[in-house]
Design a protein around this ligand. Structure first.
Ligand code: BGC
Length: 669
């Protein structure tokens, strides 16, 4: 392997600029060139010369992976996508994205895990471990505060320091424990300075405080001035631009950057090449096995949001299946994370026909509203009138959720709402199958339908997975990784219209359920919500103290139903009396467990100091206030089943003020 001493200054600079859209420079054959491609949901085989993308296996979106609440499945997706990378000679996968789903409007929400930093971080860490255990690198992105697409290259994100540390950095911090090969700096400015040239963010926080030692890559075209980015310790500019090296030479001549800074970045590039080439490639799956894995992950990410009157599972009979996505489901959002598949996804009706041979399944996938005229809808209503049940496939889809543009509304299209409402007039047993990567406002129709099954953007196995849940071969076990608000007017950012200059994170810490629960606002479906075909009871909470800030929390989950099923148990912590603002509850641990019919399973979760600490603006460090903390265990953030408490007393020297006589309950804030 070359050392930088063997490279001329010109070569060292050249190494910091990509060779084309997906390769690092090989310095005319002196070094290996690394191949980097998107994305999280498979390998995107894009030919940048023609713009064509060859098909490959499309895995579920990361939003869907998050709703499995299974780090094992996140790891499995990482491992399997890595196998695809090995087949394609890909060195670095440009994923995963861990930006917080701050608002349901963000066009890229389907590419991100959750509104919660802990869940996002745990899933991303497992995903990265999965990819890298097969000898393929990752790029943890987009660092940071890239939570909307609106004017994404210019509008600046502005969050206060505590919010940055408590909400937006922790997912990166946790994911960094898996030592991703690279981190990608985001497009947007942060506090008025582009992330890709923000020395405070990249040098002080990412490298200094979070201890990242790898290569920082720019998002594509996110570098506006080469030497400014280098000065901020960004190493690799992607893709190259004509005068990129001259820009660095100018910066050096003018004294804005030093040769030592160039060398440091070049050293990191050489170390990256060495790490990539030294990694042992491990391929566990053959091409033909990967589709089944994609479907397996989708199956666990599907969330049963509503199920009344025993609507699901389907028992047979006369069933109408209709809706715009019945034949061609949107299985990912659009943009760089979209993976075209050549797997021929069967219509949902065909899947159901095969699974329920004795039923009469009538399919209307072709009729509505593929045509711009609303022809055909009448046939659906007529068939619905005599059917036992109607399954309607609706959602957002690729054109609506995607990169480079935010949604402006979270309702379904007028035609889809009309389809639901008019069908429900003819038949009281409507089951909505919903394809979306983020929250949907269902206020127009939720009370008119019996069941809603969120199938997300489930990748190419989506219809097999949906079939298994619909007919009850598998009990649903996904839970929401984001809150579903009643409407757009209810979201914490409702008053913040983007203005092209500054996006103020005025809601501060109160993102997602932290907002709805603290303000006691009604939601459509809370964070962590998801039904099963059985009931679980939670019993016998025990909290074992290991140290003042370390606890083992254990409890039983009892499956009181008649079939095996998985449950996602969640642990939230509440600081009962606090002298700083704290969200009403925060997710600090979770577990997904299989509980057999009628069985009882003991679950054990651990808590450490990070479960109790907040980032103190005053002290400029993490701090735990003495006092009482509630440990809430439940099936969602609004379905708490067991509550215990611990009292923490830190060493006297670590506390600043002790007030014995007067305390504010958190609710008063
Ligand atoms: C996206 C990145 C992606 C890159 C390379 C950019 O537009 O923001 O997420 O990795 O393109 O395709």
């Amino acid at each position: 392997m070359k050392t930088i001493k063997e490279l001329t200054l010109r070569e060292r600079m050249q190494l910091l600029i990509g060779k084309d859209f997906k390769h690092t420079d090989d310095l005319s054959g002196k070094l290996p060139s690394l191949k980097m491609v998107d994305g999280a949901h498979g390998v995107r085989k894009k030919d940048y010369a023609t713009g064509e993308i060859a098909p490959s296996v499309a895995f579920p979106s990361l939003s869907m992976v998050a709703s499995t609440w299974s780090p094992e499945l996140a790891r499995l997706q990482g491992e399997t996508v890595a196998d695809e990378c090995i087949d394609e000679g890909v060195d670095i996968l440009l994923a995963p994205g861990v930006n917080i789903k701050r608002s349901p409007l963000c066009g890229r929400n389907f590419e991100y895990f959750s509104e919660d930093p802990y869940l996002s971080g745990e899933m991303a860490k497992a995903y990265i471990e999965g990819v890298q255990s097969h000898g393929v690198g990752t790029s943890l992105k987009h660092f940071c505060l890239n939570n909307s697409e609106y004017d994404r290259n210019y509008q600046s994100s502005e969050a206060d320091k505590r919010t940055l540390y408590e909400i937006y950095l922790p997912a990166f911090r946790r994911a960094l424990e898996a030592e991703p090969y690279t981190v990608m700096a985001s497009y947007n400015p942060v506090g008025g300075i582009h992330a890709a040239e923000n020395r405070r963010l990249l040098a002080d926080i990412l490298r200094g405080e979070l201890g990242f030692r790898g290569v920082v890559i720019s998002d594509w075209f996110a570098v506006h001035c080469g030497w400014r980015s280098l000065r901020a310790t960004l190493d690799l500019r992607m893709p190259p631009l004509q005068y990129a090296r001259e820009e660095l030479e100018y910066g050096l001549r003018a004294g804005y950057i030093t040769e030592a800074e160039i060398d440091e970045a070049a050293e990191r590039m050489l170390a990256l090449i060495e790490r990539v080439k030294g990694a042992k490639k491990v391929r566990k799956t053959e091409k033909g096995e990967r589709h089944a894995i994609a479907a397996e992950i989708a199956r666990e990410g599907i969330v049963l949001l509503k199920n009344e009157g025993g609507a699901l599972p389907l028992a047979g009979g006369d069933i109408v299946v209709a809706g715009p996505f019945e034949m061609k489901p949107p299985y990912l959002g659009s943009g760089s994370a979209y993976i075209p598949t050549d797997y021929s996804i069967k219509s949902l009706a065909s899947e159901l026909k095969a699974a329920l041979p004795d039923s009469r399944i009538t399919e209307f996938g072709w009729a509505f509203p593929r045509s711009s005229k609303r022809v055909g809808a009448g046939y659906i209503y007529k068939a619905a009138y005599t059917a036992d049940k109607v399954v309607l496939c609706v959602g957002t889809g690729e054109g609506v959720e995607g990169e480079d543009k935010d949604r402006t509304d979270i309702r379904l299209s007028f035609e889809q709402e009309e389809l639901i409402l008019k069908t429900a007039k003819q038949n009281p047993h409507v089951i909505v199958v919903l394809y979306a990567g983020s929250a949907v406002d269902m206020s127009a129709w939720i009370d008119r339908v019996e069941a809603v099954l969120l199938v997300g953007f489930g990748g190419e196995g989506i219809h097999e997975a949906a079939r298994d849940i619909l007919v009850g071969r598998v009990a649903p076990s996904g839970k929401l990784a984001e809150s579903f608000p009643l409407s757009l007017a209810d979201i914490p950012q409702a008053a913040n219209a983007p203005n092209g200059f500054v996006d103020r994170y005025e809601e501060g810490l109160l993102v997602g359920y932290r907002y709805y629960d603290t303000k006691e606002k009604e939601v459509l479906f809370p964070f962590g919500h998801g039904l099963s075909y059985v009931d679980f009871s939670y019993e016998d909470l025990k909290i074992e103290k290991k140290s003042e800030t370390d606890y083992i929390v254990s409890f039983d989950i009892v499956n009181t139903g008649e079939r095996d099923a998985k449950e996602v148990a969640q642990l939230y912590v509440r600081d009962v009396f606090s002298y700083v603002t704290r969200p009403r509850r925060e997710l600090r641990a979770f577990a997904k467990v299989l509980v057999r019919a009628g069985e009882r399973r003991r679950v054990s979760l651990t808590l450490d100091a990070s479960a109790f600490a907040f980032y103190s603006d005053m002290l400029d460090e993490w701090h735990i206030e003495d006092g009482m903390f509630e440990i809430e265990v439940g099936a969602s953030s609004r379905d708490i089943r067991l509550v215990g408490r611990v009292e923490i007393t830190m060493p006297e020297g670590e506390q600043y003020t002790t007030v014995y006589h007067y305390q504010h309950p958190t609710e008063f804030f």
